[in-house]
Design a protein around this ligand. Structure first.
Ligand code: B12
Length: 216
């Protein structure tokens, strides 16, 4: 049996209401999509599931530019750059969380890394998870910047991770995830792909429910 010293021990009292056993109260999770909002189906599916398993989850969008806008395209404004001022405001807001989970593609990978490093400067205690296309396609790069990355389908894997994390169990065995613990990278196997029936049982993607556009 492999022995692992976790770099971060979870204080259960922070996440459990002593009067209502097994009810999550205080763990602050921010679930953040870095890209144009209406089309991000994978993120919206994950955000919807998160609201089911941890209703207090805040769902945020960072929309650097409207990539789908014809005018933006013609004016050459399809860029992932944001002003220093906006980035600082966004990072300060996200730094109030215990756990920040990002979803982004490779065109927004540098922006994701920049925001993570700014959040760390404000609050070094934040636990970072990175999911979506970039960690799937370039896991060796993504894991350098987050505590954990999701390298495949997120639904079952994230739920398993979160319950282990909150209960103080060893979460580093979670499949479809890689972890960085004390500079050691733990690469777990894949879960079997979900069947159509599995997916039919998931909640519908979330749309316009308490969403927060961080670029506004
Ligand atoms: C449908 C699609 C589109 C759609 C919708 C895009 C979208 N944002 O959802 C449209 C046509 C709009 C589109 C546009 C673009 N696309 Co496209 N698209 C696809 C395609 C065919 C399927 C993606 C998909 O919906 N998958 C299904 C969903 C459910 O999966 P998912 O999003 O990955 O989410 C799962 C996991 O990633 C994970 N997950 C996701 N987020 C998180 C977060 C956390 C915290 C966790 C734990 C897990 C997790 O769980 C989710 C559910 O299981 C892929 C190719 C492919 N076969 O995958 C290319 C692909 C994603 N597209 C790509 C590109 C480059 C683009 C564009 C940048 C093209 C362009 N130059 O404009 C734009 C970007 C627009 C934008 N801002 O999003 C590339 C991305 C390459 C990369 N390395 O990033 C791909 C891989 C195609 C390719 N091979 O080049 N695209």
């Amino acid at each position: 049996m492999r022995e692992l010293r976790l770099s971060r021990q979870v204080d259960l009292r922070r996440y459990t209401n002593p009067n209502q056993k097994n009810v999550d109260l205080i763990m602050k999770i921010k679930f953040v999509s870095i890209e144009g909002s209406i089309i991000t189906v994978g993120f919206r599916k994950m955000a919807s599931l998160m609201r089911t398993i941890h209703p207090e989850t805040e769902v945020d969008f960072i929309v650097p530019t409207n990539q789908m806008s014809v005018l933006s395209f013609l004016l050459g404004r399809c860029t992932s750059e944001m002003s220093d001022d906006d980035l600082n405001k966004i990072s300060q807001h996200l730094a109030k969380a215990d756990l920040v989970a990002f979803s982004s593609m490779t065109p927004y990978a540098d922006l994701t890394k920049d925001i993570i490093s700014r959040i760390k400067q404000v609050n070094p205690q934040v636990y970072f998870i990175w999911g979506g296309i970039h960690p799937i396609m370039a896991p060796e790069d993504a894991i350098q910047h987050a505590n954990a990355i999701c390298t495949g389908e997120g639904e079952v894997a994230f739920e398993e991770f979160l319950s282990a994390y909150k209960e103080g169990r060893d979460y580093t065995q979670t499949k479809n995830f890689w972890f960085k613990e004390n500079d050691q990278i733990i690469k777990n196997d894949f879960l079997p792909l979900q069947t159509q029936e599995d997916m039919d049982n998931l909640p519908l993607p979330i749309y316009a429910d308490d969403e927060f556009d961080l670029a506004q």
